[in-house]
Design a protein around this ligand. Structure first.
Ligand code: NAD
Ligand code: TYD
Length: 359
């Protein structure tokens, strides 16, 4: 039975990936989820899988070398899928150090431990061992508003402490592949949306605020562009890269779904108005009048857009979920999981929110 070590599996994309993998492979794989449970880690995301015999959760920090070594020593790990990271740009602007700690040093620990466990005396690696480093399109910097795209060959030009730390971690993975022939892939994905996303990111924040009649903060002129991908499509792409991709390659994953932030906010408001029943008291709260332009993010990247040509040509992956359907599913999910949102927003997040938005 193949064993996966998933880091950051209690976060947004990691938990969606774990659900996707169990739906696809059932009892034929084993998943060990290693997560430090920072403010962004939420085990409620994994309630449906926690009793599975082939699922194990281990609370550990990826910067803790001894803890990670022990996991490799006690388990015959075949695949690593490395999600664990500090992931929010605004937090990285306020407090960059933790991003270097987790994203750079944590990735170094993961690489070292996997290499030590997998490398054979002759410097080769046991058959089937693979490390997938989950990264972001933000490492490529910012595009102008015209028709350029990010390709795998686009030079790195990160601007925020978040993207700089992810770029550094990508470089470490590349160095391990080049120096030690370490069996890895890197995926650089565009902005994800979907169930279980922490409401500090644009889409769940706007949904949650709108349902509570709170202001909808739009940074700057609202015309920054992001390329949105439904999270389950991302989970599928990661699995396909490990199954069908060429080792040592980077694959860009994107939605071909560019939208300005203000468009996203308007679509959410319209969808909420459509979906809320007339007798639902929240319906009266949801209004475009809540849109509030606020001070721009420092160093705010203007546009991200992925050309997913390589992954389509080599692996046959392309985004399946149209934004108009994905956003409806997502909003429906947040409607049906009010308790999840309440639990999330009653914790650390609120203190952070007050600090960020002076609410
Ligand atoms: P998230 O913030 O929702 O989850 C991160 C998870 O990592 C949490 O469960 C957290 O507890 C855990 N974690 C943080 N520090 C840790 C540490 N030191 N040790 C162990 N666990 C730790 O993030 P996400 O949005 O799910 O992103 C996952 C990965 O995907 C990240 O590497 C991110 O850079 C990348 N990515 C995200 C997006 C996006 O739109 N969210 C897009 C492209 C790439
Ligand atoms: P975010 O979800 O933080 O993702 P990223 O910065 O990694 O792309 O932000 C998406 C876009 O939305 C980004 O251009 C910043 C903008 N934004 C707002 O306008 N208001 C907000 O409250 C947030 C959180 C983001």
């Amino acid at each position: 039975m193949r064993t996966y070590l998933v880091t950051g599996g209690a976060g947004f994309i990691g938990s969606n990936y774990i659900h996707y993998m169990f739906q696809k492979y059932g009892d034929s794989i084993r998943i060990i989820n290693v997560d430090a449970l920072t403010y962004a880690g939420n085990l409620e995301n994994l309630k449906e899988v926690e009793d599975r015999e082939n699922y194990t959760f281990i609370k550990a920090d990826i910067t803790d070398k001894q803890a990670i070594e022990k996991i490799f020593a006690e388990n015959n790990i075949d695949r690593v899928v490395h999600f664990a990271a500090e992931s929010h740009v605004d937090r990285s602007i306020k407090n960059p150090e933790i991003f270097i700690q987790t994203n750079v040093l944590g990735t170094a620990v993961m690489l070292n431990c996997a290499k030590a466990a997998w490398e054979q005396p002759d410097g080769s690696y046991a058959e089937g061992k693979k490390f997938l480093h989950v990264s972001t399109d933000e490492v490529y910097g910012s595009l102008e508003e015209d028709g350029e795209y990010f390709y795998e060959t686009t030079p790195y030009a990160p601007h925020s402490p978040y993207s700089a730390s992810k770029a550094s971690s990508d470089m470490l993975v590349k160095a391990y592949m080049d120096t030690y022939h370490f069996p890895a892939n890197i995926t650089n994905c565009s902005n994800n949306y979907g169930p279980y996303q922490f409401p500090e990111k644009l889409i769940p924040l706007i949904i949650n605020n709108a349902l509570h009649g709170k202001k909808l903060p739009v940074y700057g002129d609202g015309k920054n562009v992001r390329d949105w991908l439904y999270v389950v499509d991302h989970a599928k792409a990661i699995d396909m890269v490990q199954e069908k991709g060429r080792l040592f390659e980077t694959y860009n994953i994107g939605g071909h779904n560019e939208k300005q932030n203000i468009e996203i906010v308007e679509i959410i408001i319209e969808t909420l108005q459509e979906q809320l029943a007339d007798n639902d008291p929240r319906k009266a709260l949801v209004s475009k009048d809540l849109i509030t332009y606020v001070e721009d993010r420092k160093g705010h990247d203007r546009r991200y857009a992925i050309a997913p040509d390589k992954i389509k040509a080599e692996i046959g992956w392309e985004p399946e979920t149209m934004f108009k359907d994905g956003i409806k599913e997502t909003i429906k999910w947040y409607f049906e999981h009010e308790e999840w949102m309440k639990n999330v927003t009653s914790g650390d997040y609120q203190k952070y929110y007050e600090e960020m938005y002076k609410a």
